[in-house]
Design a protein around this ligand. Sequence first.
Ligand SMILES: Cc1ncc(COP(=O)(O)O)c(C=O)c1O
Length: 393
Amino acid sequence: MNSPVSLDRLRAATPGVEHVLHFNNAGAALPPDVVLSTVISHLEREATIGGYEAATEATDRLEAVYDSLATLLGAKPDQMAVVENATRAWDMAVYGYPFMAGDRVLTCRGEYVSNVLALLQLQERHGIEVVLIEDDEHGQIDLDHLEDELAQGAAMVALTHAPTNGGLINPAAAVGALCEEHGAFYVLDACQSAGQVPLDVGILKCDVLSGTGRKYLRGPRGTGFLYAGPRALERIEPPFLDLHAAEWTGDRTYEIRTDARRFENWETYYAGKLGLGAAIDYTLELGVEATSKRILALGSELRSALDALDAVTTHDKGKIRGGIVTFAVDGIRSEDVQAQLSAQRINTSTSPAGHARLDLPHRGLPTLVRASVHYYNSEDEVDRFVSAVEQLR
Ligand SMILES: Cc1ncc(COP(=O)(O)O)c(C=O)c1O
């Protein structure tokens, strides 16, 4: 994985690297050619023989996507659902959870913006109480504070493993162990960690895990997935049903299916689903252990090189930091940094302070520039990126 030969091979299989310096992998990574060809060839089959007929023809390959997801996460195929994105996956579980007034939900400073919005709405709707767990001295979720709050009783812990706005990788397995000890239902947002670090639901001890296809898994946009463990399948009814999630058994009766596919829609993006399967198989072939090491090392290299520049400060928290690097440049708005880099075909994004209200404003930080690396990025790209930042006006 770290040899130049294998990096050459990875880059040769990534058509986008010929066109852009892509440090927006936390937005959407450049897909490998196998993902592209899988999606395109299914769309071609749909155009040639018909959409329903193409799905029938691909039945076995579509089923295999659940096996791939299960292998990625150490889960069983019937515990996996494929949906449109990570938010929908998370929402299906959390909006479907049978909350009672007064239930406490513990969450962290890095919780994803849409998850916090949902929790605030559920607070208004059901009278749940959303409790914020503080950061520890490293900037990750404070396990002592979490344990204290769990001891006072909590229905659910909602944790974002790798927040969107920085390098932090939260200690998700330690949180799972505490949830198990205190009987709290554990919802893990693994949107940025799936494909970035190894994930095993047996080790994480989560009840629910949500993820997306397009980021560190390098799958197509418009794909996401949900792991629903035994307690999730026992407790959670989907907030809405359709003819895929349930069967109409009599004039006024219905039965919800027993597996995790109850959280899916009948109509779905078949080409994307196959592309997601191809992306996961590609990831598994490379081995997440190995690719994760490279992502973390490149992230650390980029962070150190940016910090060495006079006018630049990085702002990533955590004991363990991943491939997402956030920084600010003195005297230049982050939006302008992104625009100037984009004009040189260097892709980054910004992390708006308004999308991280429990974190960035709390640290006195404005919107930051987010440069997120993947294993297929090269050391040469890190150097080019740092020179481009140094030369910004
Ligand atoms: C940590 C985290 N959770 C959830 C999401 C939402 O993912 P999606 O856009 O696939 O719904 C994102 C997207 O950036 C994210 O970074």
